[in-house]
Ligand binder design. Structure first.
Ligand code: HEM
Length: 555
């Protein structure tokens, strides 16, 4: 080898070595920085090298493999006797996290100050929606869209939507009747998902998606997108390997969804004048577009085609509404069936309420609700059941981030809890199962939400009770909460006296390989909080395996 070549190789070797040393030094600098962030703060046993990862791992080993990450907060707290707010150092595999299960502290970061959403929310929502969506955006963009869509979720408008919910629920009853006739073993969550997506499709796009009866390209792409979404908050090793496949599939699904909704937007835009005023979500977005363009006198308001920037933001928001508006509600309906089926006395009680309000014939409910949606206001016990289900199995929570120099304060000790640099996880399921606020917190007892309940916990009123946060609180609370409750009431009123639901986790193995896309685990720990139907993360937190069940027609 010539001396010249030797020198070149030696220089190259030195250069590589210097880069590697630089990377190692940088790694240890960052390690030190993250490890000292949580120094002296409450949390599970912590190691300088591994942060909280060893404690996390020990805790996860005691839980079902795919249990939803939000459920670990309570388990960690109990295992290590932690306070209601504690810190997790998951670097470099996850964000530095502050777990909040105290009602007062949660109120400080969502109501009193309303801290910005964590970056993980944007990462998560980008897969499903896109730039400018209501869930992840902040500041003026969020304000504009929230004000735009609020009228679509006003109570008086929602009542006018009851007939369309009834129509979709009749299709659902047909589907269930066939299932009962065939004695099918099936995943209830697949059916409730198609029901709720058809309802929200009508409310958002004024479109008959009809996914309960036939495949629909928008719905199919959305369902697959939800299955491909990363958890964002917790490291999943598979996501580090299969990203090329995920990326390509996600890009394709996005293209299908954007094309579908884009065409709907153009169609609505072209027929806007003829149609007149409407509070459908898609039309509300266009009202804002017209208002903005008239104000700026750009002339775009009279153009035949929509401006591309508006179109992109509108598509993002339509997708957000379709996603946020079906997934959570579908999970809630499944859990209502599940808890009631395990509690014959309470099932009898809710059925008795439906007898009182609608009379003995369950098939008459549809017509009665079409004529008078206000009958739903009489379903006090049904509402208590929904609140109790959302207490035990809340499908969503809020993730915030602390602005520079920000703190929260522990209400009992007065200790200042740093929030800057942390993802603040307001863990509803942790708060909802916290014995400080709830009597027998793991027990299904809807009566706790009735005004005259002798054992009423902090307060029976679910909006003013700071320990009930199923729809989050403060300015970033759920815009669709009234709709979700109304819809669930309609569905329970129309189905509970017609069908007998029976969970069938013991038959799970027969559903193996059915192509439904639910992850399966037949080995290891199979229950959490004593329930077979523990939550897994698939978009929202939802019942494991899609709630396998059988159904029987009663009348
Ligand atoms: C049982 C059903 C539902 C539950 C438990 C639920 C829960 C929540 C929660 C916890 C949040 C706060 C999320 C965060 O801070 O990141 C939220 C926000 C939101 N929800 Fe829901 N939701 C439900 C149904 C719906 C429905 C039916 C819609 C649509 C019509 C909807 C649309 C939204 C939107 C757009 C936001 C973002 C609001 C904002 O930031 O201004 N949700 N929901």
């Amino acid at each position: 080898m010539a001396a010249q070549d030797f020198l070149t190789i030696t220089r190259l070797g030195w250069a590589v070595a210097i880069i590697l040393i630089g990377l190692v030094v940088r790694f240890f600098q960052r390690l030190h920085y993250h490890r000292t962030l949580v120094k002296g703060l409450p949390g599970p046993p912590h190691s300088y090298l591994w942060g909280s990862l060893i404690s996390m791992n020990e805790t996860l080993r005691t839980q079902p493999k795919r249990a939803a990450p939000q459920t670990f907060a309570t388990i960690l707290k109990e295992k290590y006797d932690l306070p209601d707010c504690f810190y997790l150092d998951l670097w470099p595999f996850g964000p530095m996290t502050m777990m909040i299960m105290d009602a007062d502290v949660m109120g400080q970061v969502t109501v009193k100050q309303s801290f910005p959403k964590a970056v993980e929310v944007g990462t998560f929502m980008r897969t499903v929606s896109g730039p400018g969506d209501l869930v992840a955006s902040e500041g003026a963009t969020w304000k504009k869209w929230r004000a735009t869509f609020n009228p679509g979720f006003a109570a008086n408008h929602l009542i006018s939507l009851v007939p369309l919910m009834v129509d979709q629920c009749l299709v659902f009853c047909d589907v269930l009747t066939k299932r009962a006739g065939n004695n099918d073993l099936f995943r209830m969550e697949s059916d409730t998902t198609r029901l709720t997506v058809d309802i929200i499709g009508k409310i958002v796009l004024d479109a008959d998606l009809n996914s309960q009866r036939a495949p629909n390209p928008l719905v199919d792409a959305l369902m697959q997108q939800i299955r491909l979404v990363g958890t964002g908050a917790i490291f999943n090793p598979i996501e580090a390997i299969d990203w090329p496949y995920r990326w390509a599939r996600q890009a394709y699904n996005k293209w299908i969804m954007d094309r579908y909704i884009g065409a709907r937007l153009e169609e609505r835009w072209a027929t806007r004048e003829a149609r007149g005023k409407s509070r459908t979500v898609i039309d509300l977005a266009m009202d804002t577009y017209v208002k903005e363009n008239k104000a700026s006198d750009s002339g775009a308001a009279n153009n035949k085609r929509l401006d591309s920037e508006f179109k992109q933001a509108a598509i993002s928001n339509m997708k957000t509404f379709i996603f946020a508006g079906h997934d959570t509600t579908s999970s809630t309906i499944c859990y209502c069936y599940y808890y009631l089926s395990k509690d014959p006395a309470r099932l009898a009680k809710i059925r008795a309420e439906h007898d009182t309000v609608f009379g003995p014939d369950p098939d008459a409910v549809a017509d009665q609700l079409r004529h008078d949606g206000h009958l739903l206001n009489k379903l006090e016990y049904t509402l208590a059941v929904i609140r109790e289900v959302l207490r035990l199995q809340p499908p969503a929570s809020t993730l915030r981030t602390g602005p520079p120099g920000s703190f929260a304060t522990d209400p009992t000790t007065g200790q200042r809890l740093p929030t800057e640099h942390f993802m603040m996880w307001c863990v509803d399921v942790g708060l909802h199962r916290n014995p400080k606020y709830w009597d027998s917190p793991h027990v299904f007892r809807p009566e706790r939400f009735l005004k005259d309940d002798s054992k009423s916990d902090t307060s029976a009123n679910f909006t003013s009770n700071p320990a009930w946060v199923g729809f989050s609180k403060g300015p970033r609370n759920c815009i669709g909460q009234e709709l979700a409750v109304l819809e669930t009431k309609v569905i329970l009123a129309m189905t509970l006296r017609k069908f007998e639901f029976q969970a069938a986790f013991d038959e799970l193995v027969k559903l193996r390989g059915d192509g439904s896309g639910y992850p399966s685990d037949f080995e290891g720990i199979q229950t959490q909080f004593g329930e077979e139907a523990y939550q897994i993360q698939m978009g929202a937190a939802k019942p494991r395996e899609g709630m396998p069940c059988r159904i029987r027609l009663i009348r």
